[in-house]
Design a binder for this molecule. Structure first.
Ligand code: ATP
Length: 291
């Protein structure tokens, strides 16, 4: 049982995760508030990702015993595919990704990556293969360069700049007096929501993990930036398994596969066209957003 409440523990944890190049961990899982009970499995097997296929098999989970969030959910994400998870607020979309990173253990069922149950794997090796752009980006109080570089400490300066370009950030950064040396302030307060989001995207692109999760990653962007970033994400997705959580369905119409969740259950799945033809929940949401 590991608890992460003590500041020193937390700093040690952040240090290890930074060394392990885990993307923006402190924000996504709000670790200062969360007691985590997963075992690091230090002696467990190291994850061997050759394809990046993901399977949720009859997964049931609740943050508290009395409330089930995911209910016997099964879904398969093909290796190298670009999929979207959509559905009403609170349906369990982000929870799926938290379980995939093993910030919580499932109550029942199993999650596998390339046929390997993640519960038996050494935790650091699991988290190294997943890059996350979380919903609300909080940055370290450091320079823009450092904030991107955390994604992969072995990356060169040129790679950091290339990642910033791919994230549509480079022109903005170069317009600042101190360029990449500009400090972002406490929790990134000196940047707008969209700028912070692009820093987080650049960081994830630099990490270049086989599995990438974009949790509402473009929600704070204007439509020009959103289109540009979506193009980048799609390019990246050619070589990776990419999971995009989206509220705006228009951003995921060309996903290889779309999963529609409601109240912790998978109620529909297919391509955008198939789901429209089905004329069910997804089609209704699409119509409501098209008005
Ligand atoms: P949104 O689209 O609004 O981001 P979501 O589909 O991603 O929603 P989740 O964030 O997975 O939904 O949350 C599913 C449910 O779990 C919600 O009812 C939420 O309140 C609850 N929940 C999420 N995180 C926690 C937590 N750390 N502790 C307790 N309950 C939580």
């Amino acid at each position: 049982m590991m608890q992460i409440f003590m500041p020193l523990n937390f700093l040690g944890f952040v240090y290890r995760e930074i060394k392990g190049s885990l993307t923006n961990i402190e924000n996504m899982f709000d670790l200062l508030k969360v007691e985590t009970s997963v075992s690091r499995n230090a002696d467990g097997k190291r994850l061997d990702v050759s394809h990046g296929a993901i399977a949720f098999e009859n997964v049931t989970f609740g943050y508290a015993k009395e409330r089930t969030i995911l209910n016997n959910l099964s879904l398969n994400i093909k290796a190298g595919s670009k999929v979207a998870i959509v559905g009403p607020s609170g349906s369990g979309k982000s929870t799926l990704t938290k379980l995939l990173c093993r910030f919580y253990d499932v109550t029942n069922g199993e999650i596998k990556i390339d046929e390997q149950p993640i519960s038996q794997l050494e935790l650091d090796s699991l988290r190294k293969v997943i890059a996350v752009v979380p919903q609300d980006t909080v940055l370290f109080n450091a320079s823009i360069f450092d904030n991107i570089h955390y994604g992969n400490l072995a990356a060169t300066k040129e790679q950091v700049i290339a990642a910033s370009e791919a994230a549509n950030l480079k022109t903005f950064v170069e317009s600042l007096k101190e360029g990449f040396d500009t400090h972002v302030g406490e929790r990134g307060l000196k940047l707008s929501g969209g700028e912070k989001q692009r820093v987080a995207i650049a960081r994830a692109l630099l990490k270049d993990s086989p599995i990438m999760i974009f949790d509402e990653a473009t929600s704070a962007l204007d439509s020009h930036n959103e289109e540009a970033i979506m193009r980048t994400i799609k390019q990246v997705a050619r070589h990776h398994t990419a999971i995009m959580i989206a509220h705006r369905l228009s951003t995921v119409t060309d996903a290889d596969h779309i999963f529609y969740l409601e109240q912790g259950q998978l109620v529909e799945e297919g391509t955008h066209q198939q789901l429209l033809e089905k004329n069910g929940h997804y089609a209704a949401l699409w119509r409501s957003q098209s008005q």
